[in-house]
Design a protein around this ligand. Structure first.
Ligand SMILES: [Zn+2]
Length: 314
């Protein structure tokens, strides 16, 4: 073999070796919070991608053919479940068969922790069933029993989801299992510390009444003993009726709620007008449904919410 041939052979080995040692497992997450958790577990051992663009939330997302490419390349797909990312179900079957691909619902196993009874959120006292984001166009099964999907806003339930992510990555990539477990455990400790921080910081609040834009905070409020008096948008992406708003306004006055919480994703005109009519304030809580995914995204977002609650309810 001539000299260039040997060099080429050597180069090929080096390239193969480099590829072999690089992260090979591809993880695709539907929501930015799931991305953030998975990135903490994955470290350098897996590539984590986000399905949602930074400025589109799960309630508005429409699956495009170009998203199928991401999906087709994924070894592990992480979804929240409980209806909020139901558009994934059909897409997975369209992405073609990849026998090794695992689709994991990170809220799996939460069971009794799930909030189904939203009666206390419903200002007109209608049935307590969750009425969340249901485009039934491509479904023929009943979602009537589905729980509220916003589990990710409770850091302790997030810890449960992180455990599911650890298990999924260990199964998909046993060679790096020790690393996934170690980082997963560390991140769970970080979440527990976050929980303790929130608990300590909200403990002294006298005013614990919260009205949010959509029904995203029942888990957070239950965890930290805040009273979710009502929500402005009863069904995501559906304008509340004047009748509903009148009832809600009455409730807000009766309960002496002092502040309405808007969302950064939402144009706060309706909320601002309502607050002005009632003569109360507006503050912001992020539902963490949009935003640039990163390892720090989740904890930073929760801390921003904590600062906002401290200031608004002081
Ligand atoms: Zn939502």
């Amino acid at each position: 073999m001539n000299c260039p041939g040997i060099l080429f052979l050597a180069w090929s080995f080096v390239t193969l070796f480099a590829l072999g040692s690089r992260a090979e497992v591809r993880v695709l997450a539907t929501l930015p919070a799931l991305h953030s958790w998975a990135a903490n577990v994955a470290g350098d051992d897996a590539v984590v991608e986000s399905l949602l663009p930074a400025d589109v939330g799960p309630h508005d997302f429409q699956f495009k053919p170009s998203d199928l490419r991401k999906l087709a390349a994924a070894d592990v797909v992480l979804m929240n479940g409980l209806g909020v990312d139901h558009w994934l179900d059909r897409a997975v079957s369209r992405a073609g068969n990849k026998p090794s691909r695992r689709v994991v619902t990170v809220t799996q196993g939460l069971g009794r922790e799930l909030i189904r009874d939203l009666t206390r959120l419903s200002v007109d006292g209608k049935s307590g069933k969750a009425r969340h984001d249901h485009d039934h166009g491509d479904h023929d099964h009943d979602h009537g029993d589905e729980a509220n999907p916003h589990v990710w806003l409770d850091p302790m339930l997030a810890g449960h989801c992180v455990s599911n992510i650890v298990e999924a990555l260990c199964l998909a990539d046993p060679a790096h299992a020790a690393g996934y477990r170690l980082r997963g455990e560390r991140y769970r400790q970080e979440l527990a510390a976050l929980d303790a921080e929130i608990r300590a910081s909200l403990q002294g609040l006298k005013d614990r009444k919260v009205v949010t834009f959509h029904d995203a905070f029942p888990y957070f409020c239950r965890r930290y003993d805040l009273e979710l008096v009502g929500v402005i948008e009863e069904v995501p992406n559906v304008d509340p009726s004047p009748k509903y708003l009148a009832r809600l306004s009455r409730l807000i006055r009766d309960r002496k709620v002092r502040v309405l919480f808007s969302e950064p994703q939402f144009h706060p005109r309706l909320l601002r007008r309502l607050a002005d009519d009632l003569g109360i304030g507006v503050a912001e809580l992020d539902v963490l449904e949009t935003g640039k995914a990163s390892p720090a995204f989740y904890a930073e977002g929760i801390r921003r919410n904590l600062r906002s609650l401290e200031t608004a309810l002081r």
